[in-house]
Unconditional design. Structure first.
Length: 198
C-alpha cells in the first residue's frame, strides 16, 4: 500500500483528534503525533501536517480500511478517516518509509461481558477494533510488532484487551505469542479471553 513520504519507517501513531474536517495554515500539530522505530522504540514529533498531506493521510486510512474490510469479507469498512474524526481511537500504522505495511486500530468501548460462570461484568477495556497487514507483507512479524508496540505504548496486557471480531489469523497470533486461546463467546462479538477476568 503506497504512502509516499507521508510516514517514516517504523510505527506511527495516528491520533484521531488531529484529523479535523478542515486543515488551516495555523494547524501546528501533525495528525501523526509520534513515530516509533519498531526495534528501538524511540519517539519524536513529526512535521506539521497541512493541506495535501492531510488529504493524503486521510486517503491512505480510507484505502487501508477498505483493504481490511475486503480481507475480512465485510461490505462496510470499520476504519476510515471520517470514522476516526472526533473519536478517542488511535491507529498504529507500520511503514517501511515508502509503503504502508499494516495497521492496528484501538480505542475504549463500554462493554457488558460474561465470564465462564455467566457472571456479568461492566467494563471499559482497551479494544482492538481493526487489524490488517497487507497481503504481501504477512508472516514477516509486522502484525506482532504492531500489537507489541500498542501494548507497550499504552501499558496494557494482551489478556486485558477486548478484541472485536478477531480473524483466525489474529487468534493464531495471540495464541502463539501471548498464550491466549480460551474464551467464552460474547453476544457483542468481542473476544475476551478467560484471563481477562483474573
Amino acid at each position: 500500500m503506497w504512502s509516499g513520504e507521508l510516514l517514516p519507517p517504523g510505527i506511527s501513531v495516528i491520533d484521531s483528534n488531529k484529523l479535523g474536517e478542515h486543515c488551516c495554515k495555523d494547524l501546528m500539530s501533525s495528525i501523526v503525533s509520534w513515530c516509533f522505530v519498531i526495534c528501538r522504540y524511540p519517539a519524536f514529533p513529526l512535521e506539521t501536517c497541512e493541506g495535501d498531506q492531510l488529504a493524503a493521510i486521510s486517503s491512505l486510512i480510507d484505502d487501508l480500511g477498505a483493504l481490511s474490510a475486503a480481507a475480512q469479507g465485510i461490505s462496510q469498512p470499520m476504519t476510515s478517516a471520517a470514522k476516526l474524526r472526533g473519536s478517542d481511537q488511535r491507529i498504529y500504522l507500520s511503514s517501511n518509509g515508502t509503503e504502508a505495511l499494516g495497521f492496528f486500530k484501538v480505542g475504549a468501548k463500554h462493554l457488558y461481558l460474561y465470564d465462564r460462570k455467566g457472571k456479568m461484568f461492566e467494563a471499559d477495556p482497551a479494544c482492538a477494533l481493526d487489524f490488517f497487514v497487507c497481503e504481501g507483507c504477512q508472516r514477516q512479524g509486522i502484525g506482532r510488532a504492531l500489537v507489541a508496540f500498542f501494548l507497550e505504548a499504552e501499558g496494557v496486557e494482551a489478556r486485558k484487551v477486548a478484541w472485536d471480531k478477531p480473524t483466525s489469523k489474529s487468534l493464531a497470533l495471540l495464541e502463539k505469542w501471548y498464550s491466549l486461546s480460551s474464551f467464552n463467546p460474547q453476544s457483542n462479538k468481542f473476544v475476551v479471553f478467560d484471563q481477562f477476568f483474573e
